[in-house]
Design a protein around this ligand. Structure first.
Ligand code: PMP
Length: 382
């Protein structure tokens, strides 16, 4: 069975191997080296400068969002959420729980606010923080992170980008674009099992945390963790709360493979793979939820064709491939989602098996598709 949902995803054998065996002590020399190396490699993958602070905390993407929110906002702060779907609503809820006042720039599912819309919102009020979902996993829409990060910087607003479905799959240059927090989790394009919240905080974000009147909960607090990460980067053991030693050892291997390929190669691979998958969907007469030009490279959110419904995902599974149903509450039963990131983006066999299973599933659901032609279209573009 192939796991082709937008996270968790298939994991490279090298990473699985690194995650096997007895757990290491968090102060063993080998583990200290892995953790220090992880923190250094994150800067390369994130496009972050030497003064940015990497964070690795056991948890998921939602925890990473909560770390971001609680470390840069106080009660009463005004926050702008560039809302492209499900995860924009989630981070808005977190800001409100923190006591912040939230405004949204909202669009219909499948669309993204234009830079001009966001600029006009930023001009209308004095915001402290702006939050953007880099790729919204509920709609398959990618926002223009570069333009939005630069816009926030120009307005002296701290920017948070949720990269859970993007980091290491979509280009992001944290330092060059002036972004302040870029957060993700281990189970998507980073290529690990679920279990780690991963963030990078700019020096501005670290300074904001120091100025807050309301400290974040202890386990989310950047200032609590910073001396620990600093120690590991200097290859010294330290302790605040036991790190996920097994996953961090595996993360060193996973990030090492990404860094060795080089970020340009990794981003170009995801672009090529997404183009190939989109060409295959088109050849089957399928359309994406995302507007032309907004479709992410890490996943496809695909509308069911006329006369076909959620039974398609079951038919695809019967052919050995697991894809995901819809997630956006407004149109949950109208589309399905296929992940094409991380390790599977390096495996043409995974991608072509997925195209075949979708095409055969459509045929089984009574939709007329030329299976061999669809596979050929994808193979030619990979
Ligand atoms: N943000 C985005 C864009 C996501 O896709 C997800 C997970 N699908 C999350 C946040 C939350 O991550 P987790 O499920 O690991 O808490």
């Amino acid at each position: 069975m192939l796991l082709m949902i937008p996270g968790p995803i298939e994991v490279a054998p090298t990473v699985l191997e690194a995650a096997a065996g007895a757990p290491a002590s968090h102060v063993s020399p080998a583990f200290i080296e892995h953790f220090g190396s992880v923190l250094e490699r994150m800067r390369t993958v994130w496009g972050a400068g030497p003064d940015a602070q990497p964070m690795v905390v056991a948890g998921g993407g939602t925890l990473a969002m909560e770390i971001a929110v609680t470390n840069v906002t106080d009660a009463g702060d005004r926050v702008l959420v560039v809302n492209t779907g499900y995860f924009g609503d989630r981070i808005a809820d977190m800001f409100e729980r923190r006591g912040a006042i939230v405004d949204h720039v909202r669009v219909e599912p499948g669309k993204a606010p234009t830079t001009a819309q966001v600029e006009s919102a930023l001009n209308s009020r004095r915001y402290k923080v702006m939050a953007v979902t880099h790729v919204d996993t509920s709609t398959g829409v990618r926002t223009d992170a570069e333009a939005l990060a630069k816009l926030a910087r120009a307005h002296n607003v701290l920017s948070i980008f949720d990269g859970v479905c993007a980091t290491a799959g979509e280009r992001f240059e944290m330092e060059a674009w002036g972004a302040d927090v870029y957060l993700t989790a281990s189970q998507k394009a980073i290529g690990l099992p679920p279990g780690l919240a991963l963030l990078m905080m700019s020096a501005r974000a670290v300074a904001r945390r120091a100025e807050l009147t309301q400290a974040p909960p202890m386990t989310l607090d950047l200032l609590q963790w910073k001396p620990i990460f600093d120690a590991y980067e200097q290859r010294k053991g330290s302790y605040f709360s036991t790190p996920a030693t097994t996953l961090i050892k595996a993360l060193d291997v996973g990030l090492g493979e990404i860094v060795n390929d080089g970020m340009d190669t990794v981003f170009a691979r995801h672009q090529r793979v997404a183009d190939a998958m989109r060409a295959a969907w088109k050849s089957m007469g399928l359309t994406l939820l995302a507007d032309e030009g907004l479709a992410a490279n890490t996943l496809s959110a695909i509308r069911y064709p006329e006369g076909v419904g959620p039974e398609l995902t079951k038919a695809i599974k019967e052919r050995g491939v697991i894809v995901a149903g819809g997630l956006h509450p407004d149109l949950k039963t109208e589309y399905f989602r296929v992940g094409h990131m991380g390790y599977s983006a390096r495996r043409p066999d995974h991608l072509l098996s997925t195209v075949r299973a979708v095409a055969e599933g459509l045929v089984a659901c009574g939709h007329n598709v030329d299976v061999e032609a669809a596979v050929k279209v994808a193979a030619a573009a990979l």
